[in-house]
Design a protein around this ligand. Structure first.
Ligand code: PLP
Length: 378
């Protein structure tokens, strides 16, 4: 065949590894298949012999990894006859839910925290026609209400407490293993609700081992009998989760009631996948740590200015933490490290422009003035 078959999304690609039937109508926007970019300049600047790759999940259809879970959650909701979905969101889940509901022709209700959502994400929810419900509370308040509402109205929850979300998200680990032809030594992620770190661990476990046994207690679906386990590679990564200093329940070892951070996507104090993420961490020999808002923003700027990769603040938490652990040797030289960049930088232009400060000034519209401006900077 002269051409490769058209890529039509991660459910179509990994159908035999997902809880899906042959005749299920797939609700897809071509999500997944995101680039794994090897960093050039940052490892050199660090002066350490490490291979750092970033998995650029911001290139999913709505600009975040949430699309991997949402294609599964909405496909299953429609398959089961649901006419409406609902979620609480710090922004990206609502953007994704709104888009996939539009695609499916069903209704989406999204609960967002008052004032603490990035502009790009709000614009998406509105444009895709979701019913946006803004609450005078934070994400954790919204999550509590959404979990109760499903008992009172015929709506399907598409937050990551929906087990199909994690099933879709585990495919990111498959893609990484297939590209590297092994699992990385360390996999670093930003952690909010802790669904994504759990999903990646499930994916790595299914692609390793003997191929006939369940290797993790993080998976809520298989109950010890993994239908999808197969011996693709022999190794699994150490899973490292980084949180923002002001929203750090995994570092404190207890829930946080007033989470606060510039990284709004991980401004979460009561993570929903608490137990599963601890299982992933312990089984992999990993750890949790925290980064200050300043470290997060510095890593975001470094990625954009030194590597040409623009992610949103929360996403940069993975690299901020990884760089610190590489410098200290906790992640040793010779390692292959993958950092997930969970969302696109354009989601939150306000924070990016605030970082630039007064870097831009106006000059006269003359050849002389522009020539001087250029020569001054060369
Ligand atoms: C949702 C989200 C996270 C956090 O993922 P969890 O699965 O909740 O831990 C991190 N970064 C971005 C950009 C997100 O949208």
């Amino acid at each position: 065949m002269p051409f490769r078959p058209r890529y039509t999304g991660l459910i179509a690609k990994y159908k035999d590894r997902l809880p899906i039937n042959d005749d299920t109508r797939l609700i897809s926007l071509g999500e997944g298949n995101t680039p794994l970019i090897r960093l050039n300049n940052i490892p050199r600047d660090l002066g350490k012999d490490v291979d750092i790759y970033v998995k650029y999940e911001g290139l999913n259809p709505t600009g975040s990894f949430k699309d991997r879970g949402m294609t599964m959650a909405v496909t299953k909701a429609v398959d089961e006859g649901s006419k409406a979905i609902i979620c609480a969101s710090t922004g990206n889940t609502s953007a994704s839910a709104a888009a996939y509901a539009a695609r499916a022709g069903i209704k989406a209700f999204v609960l967002i925290p008052d004032g603490k959502i990035a502009m790009g994400k709000l614009a998406q929810a509105i444009m895709h026609g979701a019913e946006v419900i803004q609450i005078a509370g934070n994400f954790d308040d919204g999550m509590r209400i959404v979990k109760e509402i499903a008992d009172h109205a015929p709506v399907t929850i598409v937050n990551s407490v929906n087990p199909y979300r994690l099933q879709g998200q585990k495919t990111a680990a498959f893609e990484i293993v297939e590209e590297l032809e092994r699992a990385p030594d360390y996999h670093c992620l930003p952690v909010g609700n802790a669904g994504n770190i759990t999903a990646h661990w499930i994916g790595y476990c299914e692609y390793s081992g003997r191929g006939d046994e369940c290797l993790t207690e993080a998976c809520a679906l298989c109950h010890g009998h993994c239908r999808y386990a197969s011996a693709v590679v022999g190794n699994r990564p150490v899973m490292v989760g980084y949180q923002a200093h002001g929203a750090n329940p995994f570092i404190r070892g207890e829930m946080v009631d007033d989470p606060d951070t510039v990284a709004t996507a991980i401004r979460i104090g009561h993570p929903q996948s608490w137990k599963q993420a601890w299982a992933a961490s312990k089984e992999s020999g990993g750890w949790f740590d925290e980064c200050s808002d300043q470290e997060i923003l510095q890593a975001q700027l470094l990625l954009a200015s030194r590597e040409g990769v623009f992610c949103e603040p929360a996403s940069a938490t993975s690299l901020a933490g990884a760089m610190r652990d590489i410098r200290s040797g906790r992640i040793p030289e010779g390692s292959t490290v993958v950092c997930t960049l969970t969302g696109h930088g354009l989601k939150d232009p306000d924070v990016a422009i605030r970082q630039a400060g007064d870097a831009i000034s106006t000059i006269p519209a003359t050849l002389d003035a522009v020539k001087k401006a250029i020569l001054d900077k060369l």
